[in-house]
Design a protein around this ligand. Structure first.
Ligand code: AMP
Ligand code: MN
Ligand code: MN
Ligand code: MN
Length: 281
């Protein structure tokens, strides 16, 4: 069976490895098909592609787009996208601009509870700073001793109801799916169990997503329990959505799953790669 991992992050967003190191790590873990899916940015794909060629890995162009749908943040993955498709490029650029503004808001909130200098601090963790996000704040807060690790700093400071959380308007679901489809990619709802949607809201999302032209659900994800995996496999089968799998790897020490160490898709799922031209490679 091919080792396929369709969700991970490099330093271009909030991962810890450069795209080339990430691909090398994937190769060490036996991955044959890898999608790099940085948040709201495709800038790592060129470097990843060069490294993938060397390591004999098939690289799938990916992205993980931040979306606001009915007041909630969702992540929509694009697989097989054309990173140069202008509406996609422009859409992602506008999300990134919004991130800088949000980071200033987060820093202002943290200031009010006595944590100073977090904008600059987080920025220093954000590479060239274009894609600043909560993970960079988390790393800064850990550095300053506010919590022992990134996971606990999120719980204490960066999730809804905590001092460093600020609401933010991301892209619409419709725009995100259109950018992905328009660039000949496939849209996949990332880690669907994480949004904790009630039955009716989930049903509304799945139908709207499918009506917009979305094709996939991420079934295997470190965010899912095995019961949630089964449940979403059932939804995918019922609604004719394709199944994806990804480690959501962010780097050593910050991830539940290592690259390529994923359980298989449950029986009955149609893999999103069923019609990709990858088997003979
Ligand atoms: P952002 O897009 O800036 O809101 O950041 C979202 C990212 O933060 C996710 O992709 C994860 O990498 C990370 N993240 C979100 N929630 C948590 C959590 N509870 N623990 C650790 N990391 C988290
Ligand atoms: Mn992330
Ligand atoms: Mn995500
Ligand atoms: Mn992710």
């Amino acid at each position: 069976m091919l080792n396929i991992d369709l969700h991970c992050h490099s330093v271009v967003s909030d991962g810890l490895l450069t795209p080339a190191r990430l691909v090398e790590h994937a190769a060490l873990r036996g991955v044959k098909v890898l999608a790099l899916t940085d948040h709201d940015d495709v800038a790592g794909l060129t470097e990843a592609r060069i490294a993938a060629r060397e390591k004999n890995i098939i690289l799938i162009n990916g992205v993980e787009i931040s979306v606001t749908w009915q007041g909630r943040t969702l992540h929509i993955i694009g697989l097989g996208i054309d990173p140069e498709y202008p509406p996609l490029e422009q859409g992602l650029a506008s999300i990134r601009e919004g991130r800088v503004e949000r980071a200033r808001n987060i820093a202002a909130h943290l200031d009010r509870c006595g944590i100073h200098g977090s904008f600059e601090g987080a920025y220093a963790y954000a590479g060239d700073g274009r894609l600043i996000g909560r993970t960079h704040f988390a790393r800064f807060l850990v550095e300053k001793g506010y919590a022992k690790d990134v996971r606990s700093v999120f719980k204490k400071y960066l999730v809804k109801g905590k001092p460093g959380y600020t609401p933010h308007q991301w892209a619409t679901l419709k725009d995100a799916v259109n950018w992905i489809r328009g660039s000949s990619g496939q849209a996949v709802i990332a880690h669907p169990a994480r949004y904790q949607l009630g039955k009716n809201v989930l049903e509304a999302l799945l139908h709207e997503f499918r009506d917009l032209g979305g094709t996939g659900l991420e079934i295997i994800s470190p965010s899912h329990t095995s019961d949630q995996t089964k449940l979403f496999a059932h939804h995918a089968e019922r609604l004719n959505l394709l199944a994806s799998c990804g480690s959501d790897y962010h780097g050593p020490g910050e991830s539940y799953f290592d690259l390529g160490q994923l359980p298989p898709l449950p029986a009955g799922c149609t893999p999103i790669w069923h019609d990709w031209n990858i088997e003979q490679n």
